[in-house]
Design a protein around this ligand. Structure first.
Ligand code: 3H9
Length: 710
């Protein structure tokens, strides 16, 4: 056997147990170990049936994702999982897969090659490969439709969402749900199938037969994939592979799957999505803060401000079961805030996300009030008022006087200096930035901003709290706009310049949307409210450098009351359904602004829009990285994927730059510097250094990681 798989016996039942923590991935050694277990059972005349089970917290969570990078960089795979699965399926002694935790990807594929599958009620099964830009590569697209039917298989393989044990049972993927101890239940099940013919999934063709129905299923799935997985190749590829199951004999279907799998595996999209998968986990690791750092327990929260952000933040706490006070200064603002929260919850109930009962529980956890009553008991106080330093300092001064010792004092500022805010208190070590992204109850990013005095305990508490609130916490250093907004400032600036230079707003937004972002920068401004940035710009007016070009349009729109969607007009005009259309008033204003400032108008290409906006992000990202504001390039990517709608299949702005090649990016930045000046476009020294050395941002992360580990 291998060290990662062991084989024991319980009377007539051979038990193969996978022991590859933490998630029993099919790393080298595991498939071989399973094959050896099957072999041992075959050769043991006492053994009449086999149970395959995972040790620790889960069954097999899939192939070892780390291995994919080795394969794409030319290493020969050490084994063929398909051949191991064939051995399981060909076993003359029935094999029962016993599932707990998550049987994902290659895990579910292994289970489907067994003759029977039993699971505990809490188990989940799924083919999430598309989320990594690949498709199932060990028969998932061929065996799943044979067990669950074409519609279910398409849904699971193309969209990647897991299903629970009950659903899997009714779909035909599972044969039984086991109450109590899984191994005991599986052994009992195995005893009952001794001597019975072992059904091979590959031979079960009855659910594939209805060609007309299948055609309709594939057409609908393709339409959905194009709509909901815009720009991604893997979902469509997965549908092609399931279609092969419906049309070809098993062995040919398996070959077709292998071909498609390979194309996907070698794609840039897959590399980007795998980068995002590991990145999401890497951001939780902070080099100078050990895992065992003490944390404060957060059992009660209080939020100051019931506006869009305050309300959304309060919902996060309520959703996590943490009672939260929401404070406002005026009754009507408080009522409006609570009405919005209620409406958001009602929408979720209407959409079937949770029940009315759950909504009532969550609403009951939120206490609206006008006073600071109860703040003395809070474990965390989150300030979420508008972006004004004077007001924030006043609030932190007030809170400092009431909060108990050990209470985390967080500001939801999106740009302001955390150290200055902290200076309004006598406990700057407890002050930290918790920058949520709008809508705060939906967006997964929480930018956690470290002030110079913020204690390690407060940082660690914040990182763990992010998880509890179902957010991805990314640590940022303190500077104007931190990681996300400091970069977005450059991107938004270029978007406005492009408009002033001749591109229509819908042309700029259209190019960015086509690139894959959820929406373009101008539409995003309208959604967030143009007045927010206007207020911030006023706050920072004194920092403007004379002679450096600044964009004018957003301010001019605000000056005539066009704040965006909330006023029914901004860069666009909006109808009652919030559908946007270009507005001649805006076109006229753009032309007037260009004239006033002597900006020459010209035809702008799609390519220029992408390069000016995205490379502006990259160049600023490189500075942020060099200054240590972001710990790693991948942290910047994770911020952009989860806070700004950057397409995951492009990996984030820094990874995208790597895929384009930093030499090319640098050459463009230098060209823009010549055209638009060094104040705006001087290449970041790190970008130059890496480009000239033929390196990448991803490589830079790795070098630093291994230097830190050495
Ligand atoms: C596949 O199967 C292709 C097949 O068709 C076969 C082709 C031939 N590999 O998420 P966590 C690590 S594709 C390597 O924090 P949780 C993870 O990086 C695969 N490593 O835990 C982390 O490491 P660290 C299809 C993996 O409890 C640690 O394990 N399967 C893998 O919140 C703990 O992970 C998937 O896509 C892996 N497969 O969630 C499943 N999985 O501690 C991907 C995890 O150093 N995995 N790690 O940061 C998941 O969705 C979640 O990890 C899971 C557990 C739900 C399993």
């Amino acid at each position: 056997m291998s060290e990662l798989v062991n084989y024991t016996k319980q009377g007539e039942i051979g038990v193969i147990t996978i022991e590859n923590p933490p998630v029993n991935a099919l790393s080298p050694g595991v498939p071989e170990g399973i094959a050896a277990g099957i072999e041992a059972a075959a050769n043991d005349s006492e053994v009449k049936a086999v149970v395959l089970i995972g040790g620790g917290r889960t069954f097999i969570a899939g192939a070892d994702i780390k291995e994919f990078g080795k394969v794409t960089s030319g290493e020969k795979p050490r084994f063929s999982l398909n051949s191991v699965l064939e051995r399981i399926e060909n076993s003359s002694k029935p094999v029962v897969a016993a599932i707990h935790g998550t049987a994902f990807g290659g895990g579910l594929e292994t289970a489907m090659a067994a003759h029977y599958r039993v699971a505990v009620l809490s188990a989940q099964v799924g083919q999430p490969e598309v989320k990594l830009g690949i498709i199932p590569g060990a028969g998932g697209t061929q065996r799943l439709p044979r067990l669950a039917g074409v519609a279910k298989a398409v849904e699971m393989c193309a969209f990647g969402e897991p299903i629970d044990a009950k659903t899997a049972l009714s779909a035909g993927i599972l044969d039984k749900i086991v109450d109590g101890d899984l191994l005991a239940g599986a052994v009992e099940f195995a005893k009952n199938v001794i001597g019975k013919p072992a059904p091979k999934t590959r031979d079960r063709n009855e659910k594939l037969q209805d060609a007309a129905a299948n055609t309709a299923i594939f057409a609908l799935a393709r339409e959905q994939a194009r709509k909901t997985r815009r720009g991604q190749m893997a979902p469509l590829a997965a549908i092609d592979a399931v279609e092969a199951a419906a049309k070809l004999p098993f062995a040919e279907g398996l070959n077709r799957e292998a071909e498609i799998f390979r194309v996907c595996l070698f794609s840039t999209q897959s590399k980007a999505l795998i980068h995002a998968f590991f990145g999401e986990r890497a951001v939780a690791k902070i080099p100078d803060i050990p895992k065992e750092t003490k944390t404060y327990e957060i059992q009660r929260a209080a939020v100051i401000g019931a506006g869009t952000m305050g309300g959304g933040i309060a919902m996060n706490y309520a959703n996590a079961g943490i009672p939260v006070i929401v404070k406002e200064t005026a009754q009507d603002a408080l009522d409006r805030g609570m009405a919005t929260i209620r409406k958001n919850y009602e929408n979720s109930v209407k959409k079937g996300r949770f029940s009315q009962g759950v909504m009532d529980q969550r609403m009951a956890l939120i206490t609206p009030q006008l006073s600071y009553d109860g703040f003395e008991q809070a474990d965390i106080i989150v300030e979420a008022v508008f972006e004004g330093m004077a007001l924030k300092k006043q609030i932190f001064g007030e809170v400092d006087a009431i909060a108990k010792a050990g209470c985390v004092l967080a500001s939801n500022t999106s740009t302001l200096d955390i150290d200055e805010i902290a200076s309004a208190t006598k406990r700057p070590q407890m002050v930290i930035g918790h920058h949520f992204f709008s809508p705060a109850n939906v967006m997964r990013l929480l930018e956690i901003v470290r002030g110079k005095a913020t204690s390690k305990e407060v940082i660690q508490t914040s990182m763990q709290l992010a998880k509890k609130l179902n957010k991805i916490g990314v640590l940022a250093g303190n500077c104007r706009g931190f990681i996300g907004n400091r970069m977005i400032h450059c991107y938004g600036r270029e978007a406005q310049f492009l408009v002033e230079e001749g591109a229509a707003p819908e042309q700029v937004d259209g190019a960015i949307y086509e690139f894959g972002l959820a929406m373009g920068p101008l539409a995003m401004g309208d959604l967030a409210g143009l007045d927010v940035g206007w207020r911030i710009r006023k706050e920072f007016k004194h920092l403007e450098k004379p002679g450096v070009r600044i964009p004018h349009m957003a301010d001019r729109l605000c000056e005539i009351g066009r704040y965006g969607q909330k006023t029914g007009k901004g860069w666009y005009k909006y109808d009652a359904e919030r559908k946007s259309s270009p507005d001649p008033e805006v076109t006229a204003l753009i032309e007037q602004v260009a004239k006033e400032y002597g900006i020459e108008r010209r035809a702008i290409t799609h390519e220029e829009i992408i390069e000016r906006t995205i490379y502006a992000l990259v160049n600023e990202g490189a500075r942020i990285l060099e200054e240590g504001i972001a710990l790693r390039a991948v942290d910047i990517d994770i911020v952009y994927l989860n806070g700004y709608g950057f397409p995951a299949w492009r990996g984030g702005p820094m990874f995208y730059a790597d895929t384009i090649g930093l030499k090319h990016v640098l050459a463009k930045v230098e060209e823009f510097e010549k055209r638009h000046g060094s104040d705006l476009w001087a290449p970041a020294p790190l970008l130059r250094k890496l480009a000239e050395a033929g390196k990448t941002f991803e490589g830079w992360d790795k070098e630093r990681e291994s230097a830190a580990g050495a």
